[in-house]
Write a protein of this length. Sequence first.
Length: 408
Amino acid sequence: MVRPGLALAVLVACTSAVAAPPPVAMKREHVTADVYHYQFDLRVGSKPNAVVRIHRVVRELTPWQPRPTSHAVMLLHGDFANFVTNFVPTLGTPASSAPGLAPYLASRGVDTWGVDRRWTLPKADGDISDLGDMGVDQELGDIEDALAFARVQRAITDHSLSRIVLAGFSHGGQLTYAYAAARGQHLSAIAVLDAYYDLAPEHSDLRDFACANAAAGREALAQGVTDSENRFFIDVGSLARSAPEATSPIFPPYTNRETMNTLAGMTYWFAPYTPLYHLSAPVLNEQGDAVGLRESSEESVSAWFASAPPHQSLRETAELDAIWCGTTPRPELANIRVPLFYLGAAGAFGDSGLYSTTRVSSTDVTTLVVRRFGPERVAEDFGHGDLLYGTDAPALAWQPLATWLLRH
């Protein structure tokens, strides 16, 4: 049943996609206390995955009646994830013990929205014939539709016509920069969680890495490859949960637990976005092996990996690498004039993300890099995913973000 006002919201959100109101699939589920998660699937075309999936996490007065708020944010997820697995992981499959940034913000009076990128939708054996279309331009259009939908819904349920903050984690942060640079008139502010967009001149090695990846991605696309699948993360996380002490079929003679901790804690081995980039802060032994995780529980990290969508767009990956490379046309940070909050993790993008904040035209820029140690221990410091899954993330990362959001 379509709730009052929803048809109007769908019309506003999807006018650029179809001539008539598309069908809408909805669901509502309990998160914690009086916080609920709504999901809206808006069909915007005839292709298999032409759906804009929008999420809302909010406190309720009664079923389907959100508690009115003055502040709202739209969260964009990162790689091998969707909105739920990054921001409401207790609802993931498998479910995680990590409480989640979205319910934290909702419980503090921030109406929290999100939108999934289309590559998160198909199942492992699903139709991915349109995966090759899923690039940055399409994603910016979906973000615009999601923001329009959220604004109309808030006008109906909250009697608020205010603009919304756009916030993104990881590659979602890169898309946040790109959207604000191209279409920032729709936003009140932006928040970027551990990502860079422009690379400082002294980081030519990181730029060269991005340029090489972009070229490899373009070549693969030219050969008809469209899927940058996430089977590796799914297998590592699933095996660490089901048989942690068994020998890993992926990296023998390591155990499945050791393999996961190495992937999470020494990610720079295969993804050197910064020299010691890691997804989760590792506990290192005298030999330099990752024997545990310092900030996030192994349970929450294994759930993050195991719940990854099976597919991911290679076109998106190549185009985001090209933005970092900086040799092709792209939205420029100088176009951004809205307030900006940068939240980094010292052991991941961290300080390397600060340069991008100096390239915007905004006069309201706030930065915070969460760190435990000095530069000599960056290999063990707060990791990328620790901003979302770390035991102390609510105090060290979420509370400063919430405070900033309530001021913007």
